[in-house]
Design a protein around this ligand. Structure first.
Ligand code: ADP
Length: 484
């Protein structure tokens, strides 16, 4: 059984029509950056260059914001909400129609397994547009007053772990509420955002309602600091989130910040162990662990720890690591050389601080950026690998004796984005969920997402929520006060 072999089942690249170069999407069309600068985006699984991408500097950011402001004032804020909803439905349907193409481009640019981009990222991105389209004719019943108003022009900055999905989380609520946007994808994964620009054209979305500018952190900072944006919506590291909070502190810009996490996945002695093991694997190895809500700290009750670890190691030995375009692959490439370096750096501190490293035997491809699925046991709460977000396929295992100790350890973190509870006892699950300081808590499952469910964190995991009615509130100005 352990020798069960899989024949490779590669997805075809033929459907991905990647251009050799892309400009910036401003004013409804692709334009060259004013200074003509560009950078390359590569496939992290092969290091092959996929395309040359325009680099937006301050002047281009200014042009994009001006164009978004003009569309806001003249068109979008005056377009009835029901009409806006029609565009969102159209975008959602186009994403479904072009799902395979999007999945292939996402996997080539990001390194994530095609199975995940095909079954998770792209369907969920379409679902976010469908869900928010459904709000269009109900905004006045959403609890923000009779005539809630859009915030204005929104600067949106997203990371590289779920490129199209994070774009959907940002753009769908902004548009349905009547805002216009300037969005900057991450420098290592710009392609699906640029493909999305084509979807906006295809859907006949009025020009300049969505503008997409590509570049790095300097471009992002120029967007945050532009005087004519009304709100910043950011997903990324806590460090950059703090820098953004500082730079908008003396302005009246609004912000939602979705930052890092170090989620506890708590396994109680009465858990269904086989199911819990599946949940642990999904919690940390989904998307190579490049997940802000990843279950990266396993807290297991001491009397079942040996059994859990034995089964976990057996299950990890079956994880297929390799070509992300192969439909059998479970764990793909690390998104960039820089991220791989960071994973190496933090995990080495785990070795140095005395934790025990274990990985199943697996052959990593010679080209590209790879890291094997890894667990550390003998981890104590003070170790860096227990405190810092590794953002890779690395699990830190800690134990606890009593439920109260488990909760205390789970909450002993500067983050508070998510948590998992594994137990057969409903009362224990409810008790634990109440004690855990985390924005999203899963019980007997992990990494489940739904556009109707608000997502966001406590403490250094950020400000505000995305998704659901709570997420929508970040894009609307309530008229309740004005009507009193
Ligand atoms: P990660 O650690 O996931 O790479 P970052 O926070 O560095 O996360 O990046 C997330 C997004 O924020 C990317 O689009 C990146 O270009 C952008 N970014 C990086 N630095 C800044 C900054 N100082 N201001 C605004 N955006 C930034």
């Amino acid at each position: 059984m352990s020798n069960f072999e899989y024949a490779s089942a590669p997805e075809s690249k033929a459907i991905a029509n990647i251009a050799t170069s892309y400009g910036l999407f401003i004013g409804g069309k692709f334009v060259d950056p004013r200074k003509g600068k560009s950078f390359e985006t590569i496939n992290p699984a092969t290091e092959e260059v996929l395309s040359k991408i325009g680099y937006a500097d301050k002047l281009d950011v200014d042009l994009a914001v001006k164009s978004a402001r003009s569309a806001f004032t003249k068109i979008w804020s005056k377009t009835p909400a029901k009409e806006r909803g029609k565009y969102l439905y159209r975008i959602a349907r186009i994403l479904q129609e072009r799902a395979r193409e999007f999945a292939v481009v996402e996997t080539l640019d990001n390194g994530k397994p095609i199975r995940e981009s095909r079954d998770t990222d792209i369907p969920l991105a379409a679902a976010h547009f469908f869900y928010h389209a459904g709000w269009a004719d109900k905004l006045e019943y959403a609890g923000f007053g009779n005539k809630p108003k859009p915030v204005g022009v929104v600067g949106q900055i997203i990371p590289w772990n779920f490129p199209l999905l994070m774009l959907a989380w940002k753009i769908a609520p902004a548009l349905v509420a009547g805002n216009t946007v300037v969005l900057k994808p991450a420098e290592t994964t710009p392609l699906t955002a640029l493909l999305f620009a084509q979807v906006c054209q295809q859907a006949g979305l009025p020009e300049s309602v969505v503008n997409i500018i590509t570049g790095d952190g300097i471009t992002g900072a120029a967007l945050v600091n532009h005087p004519d944006i009304n709100k910043v919506a950011f997903t990324g590291s806590t460090e950059v989130g703090k820098a953004i909070a500082r730079s908008i502190s003396a302005t009246n810009k609004r912000a939602t910040l979705e930052l890092g996490g170090k989620a506890a996945n708590l396994v109680f002695e009465d858990a269904a162990i086989d199911e819990a093991v599946e949940g642990i694997v999904n919690g940390i190895f989904f998307n190579q662990g490049h997940v802000c809500c990843a279950g990266s700290r396993l807290l297991v009750q001491e009397n079942v720890a040996d059994e859990v670890l034995e089964k976990l190691k057996a299950r990890m030995s079956l994880i297929r690591v390799g070509d992300p375009m192969d439909k059998n692959t479970d764990l793909g490439a690390i998104n960039s050389k820089e991220q791989l370096k960071r994973i190496h750096e933090i995990t080495k501190s785990g070795d140095a601080e005395g934790a025990n490293r274990w990985s199943p035997e697996c052959k990593l491809p010679s080209k590209g950026f790879w890291y094997p699925p890894t667990i550390f046991t003998g981890v104590s709460q003070s170790h860096r690998i227990a405190r810092e977000e590794i953002f890779g396929p690395v699990l830190s295992v800690l134990t606890f004796r009593t439920p109260a100790e488990g909760i205390e350890k789970a909450n002993n973190t500067m983050y508070g984005l998510s948590a998992g509870i594994w137990s057969d006892k409903g009362a224990k699950i409810l008790w634990a969920a109440k004690q855990l300081k985390a924005g999203v808590i899963w019980s007997n499952t992990f990494n489940k997402f739904d556009p109707a469910s608000p997502f966001g964190g406590y403490k250094e995991s950020g400000w505000g929520r995305e998704g659901g009615r709570h997420g929508l509130s970040g894009y609307l100005k309530s008229d309740v006060k004005a009507s009193k």
